[in-house]
Design a protein around this ligand. Sequence first.
Ligand code: FAD
Length: 750
Amino acid sequence: MYKVIRDVSVRKKAVSFLNNATHKKLLSTKTEVVSSADVVIIGGGIAGCNTLYQLTKRGVNAVLLERAKLTSGTTWHTAGLVWSLRPCDLEVKLLQDSRSVYSNLANETDDYAGWINNGGMFISRSKVRTQEYMRLHTLGKAMGIPSQIMSPEEAQKIFPILDPSVFKMALYAPEDGTIDPAMACNALVKVATKNGGKVYEDCPVLDIHYTHNILGNKEVTGVHTDRGFIRTKCVVNCGGAWGPRVARFAGVPSLPLIPFKHAYVVTEAIPEIRGCPNLRDHDVSLYLKMQGETVSIGGYESNPIMLDQVPDNLQFHLYDLDWDVFGVHMNSATTLCPKLGEVGIKSTVCGPESFTPDHKPLLGEDPNVFGLYHNCGYNSAGMMFSAGCGIQMAEWIISGRPHYNMFSFDIRRFTPGQMSRAHWMRESSHEAYVRNYSIVFPHDEPLAGRDASHDALHQELVDDGAVMQARAGWERPAFFIPGEKIRVQQYDWGGTHDYPRNIDQRYEEILKGDHTFEFSKHHDLIGAEALACRNEAALFNMSYYGKFYITGPDAQRTANLAFTADLSKNENRVVYSLLLNEKGGVEADVTVSILDGGSGQLHEPIFKGRGYYVVTSGFNAQHTLAHLRRIIHMHKLRANISDVTKQLCILSVQGPDSQRILQRYTDAGLSNDAFPTYTHRSIRLTKAPNTDNKSYTCRALRVGWSGELGWELHVPSSHAIQVYRALSRAKGLRNAGWRALTSLSAEKGQ
Ligand SMILES: Cc1cc2nc3c(=O)[nH]c(=O)nc-3n(C[C@H](O)[C@H](O)[C@H](O)COP(=O)(O)OP(=O)(O)OC[C@H]3O[C@@H](n4cnc5c(N)ncnc54)[C@H](O)[C@@H]3O)c2cc1C
């Protein structure tokens, strides 16, 4: 399955790195390891080296343990491309930081550190891709990244082997470049060791030790190696494709990370390309990297090879290239640059790389083990991102929070439900790989990894025309096409890997209506839902929201520490509040209902003293939960958090007629005096027209995000369907989805 490095140029690179005298001097040899450290980093690839560099720069006593030699995992055979333009401001900032780290390393070490600033060029073959590049150009301008729009002929002047007839325009970013992995790691380690950091090669970590604190939470206490035990309260998992195994040492059953084979080939010399920029042709998932007079050709295939796992003993090894998979890139490359069809292939490079379900890395503290940080899962972008991410990781470890809003990279964006499904990880990671170069539209949805979590109303809503969107594994209605039943189909892997294409492709067709930067094809449908809410009333299913009870003797203290709002008010108040971190940054925004112990039903739990019912966006639910748990852990509070997300549904009735409509279903007073804004109470829903005439209780909160009069009904899932059926038949109340709700709430500044 694996091959020893036969390719001469690749082997030379590895051997010269290993024999590098300066590099050897920096590293501790077969001695015992130190007995304690503030931070222990596991893995000596680019992520580990960048983390060590940033921590030691900030005076942290940090140690890096590498099982074999530095770079011997994925890093040594990377293409090393560093781009600067991405469709997301966080990523643009991280790339800016990476470039700054790499370009300054030479000054710090007085040695060339592998940074080549040869520029980068994006090729557009379509009108919509051109629109995307124009947006990137604008974003770059706003963030201080220079780029230039070029006609095909202008592009050909700086990249002479391009065929200008096959594309429409190019976007040229002069600050892009390439980083040599061995030189960069060597330089990072050189500075880090000067700053007091320690690096141990040939030092596999065999286990991570943790203890259970008095509240039953796990806390890291040290790492075990065959050269001794290191006491530490903080471990950083920079294990790359082996990251899930490192996490298992600490009792974390799974990380959403799947190793894939990823490859490029290196051509014979083409003198004309010397000094040319690197190139990305997104429309055909192709990249070209310039190295002297050779071109490395790589990309993202629709049928990539996924690996179950990568064995521990895989060091400086490559796989044989599967031309049936990779061949597609040669066709794309030779149409763009016919000259590439005239030269031979000097070598092939195919190695393991980590991919994740949403194509973003896994960073930050594990939600279940205090002191275990992850910094892995780089999705073929570890060279360009890990230097910027290293800065954020160092700040995260030192001060508890990163400087940037790293939510989209934070391990806590995934739910336990998602992570326990191996199939969800594999198919989502496959789709993310395949769509790596796809245009990022504002309202696109994935086809893979769907249906991970349903609320109790899911089927009813689909039957009533809901077109679903996925958030944090939950399906929630985006908008409704009355009279249609559009089910999200099982992922068909795009017809690859021997899967037949789905017969029913209606959901996919509907998504295509959103593949635009202009108004969506569904604009009028969504507009009608929004207008119904503004003028009459609309019914929103918000059940995917996270719902937690905080109870116990220290519940009030927890609330005082966690929330910005004053929660010492009366029991029937609903308070909109923020959760802040120590630096005053916003971790979440939530509504908190202040409770007294109730009857024992799900919406009225029994407890002593004061309790709190916290409702947070479903997308942020894990993050909110982890933050609350951290406060309880840090302050050693006797407080419990119960997650009742699945057990309660939320039906939200919003609009000027909401009071009149809801009043027909309940004897509880809903007038301004009887039920003022920002209060809650248990109500009985009776006299439901056209239903079983039974009555059901729920907690009603007079809140809403549409900017209109409205109530949220928090209904036990066991009878949510009955309540929904009754309400959905009410005259003047129509189903509406999240696309309408987000538009309404943005319009009203809610
Ligand atoms: C063909 C290819 C092309 C690429 N091109 C680019 C590109 O152009 N630009 C870009 O930015 N990225 C690119 N990448 C991706 C980039 O190379 C990776 O994201 C990056 O190298 C990953 O670095 P890492 O430190 O996370 O992992 P690794 O380099 O794999 O490091 C992990 C280390 O952990 C060690 N380890 C594991 N378990 C233990 C243990 N128990 N104890 C001690 N040590 C342990 C391993 O030995 C290994 O050295 C490419 C990848 C491939 C495969």
